[in-house]
Design a protein around this ligand. Sequence first.
Ligand SMILES: [Fe+2]
Length: 220
Amino acid sequence: MLNVDQGTQDADRADLTDWMAQDLITDSVANFVEGPGLKRLGLRFDINELQEALTQVMARTELVGDIAAGFGVIPLTRRPGTDGASDNDLSGLYWLRADDRYVEEEKEEVVDEAAFSEFIPDYADTYFAHVHEELTKRVPIGRMRISSKGLYNCNSWHRDPEPRIHVPIISNPGSLFVVNHYVTHMPADGSVYFADTRGYHMAMNGGLAHRVHIVAAIPA
Ligand SMILES: [Fe+2]
């Protein structure tokens, strides 16, 4: 039988009593709450226009994956003279700790974000061209893509060389973004968010519908 220290028992009992007296029920989880690594810009877009542009782009592109089913990517910028959809154009260098060794490892190849300077001409008549123009007035923009995430889906827990701008187009309250120790929801209401993906991060969708964001890299 374990010889449990009486002081530890008393301290744990007091802590548990204290924690159980706290009420954590809150509606704020359905909102954006700014925190370390997750900020909201003053810039706002028209959510109806964003959703209309998504419909237009999906109607005229060869999908990479399946946006509607919740996995897939549509590039919106490219290196001049390319189609912007090679494998490397869709991933790029990142670091993760993949297993119980807890060792950080480097994956894939460096992507020169600054080279993705051209908005894809096929979409020049859509609202996404306006989004690209407004973003580039504020900060250099590299790869800009439409990225979807299916229900009960998350990506790897990793860090990237550069931060990202997120513009949610379709979302739900179960769609969350984590940066280091901080997590919040980003509503699809035209808001524009800064996600410092140089920190460890992960997007997850615990809702019952897919979510779609514009994700734009800020060259490091
Ligand atoms: Fe990332």
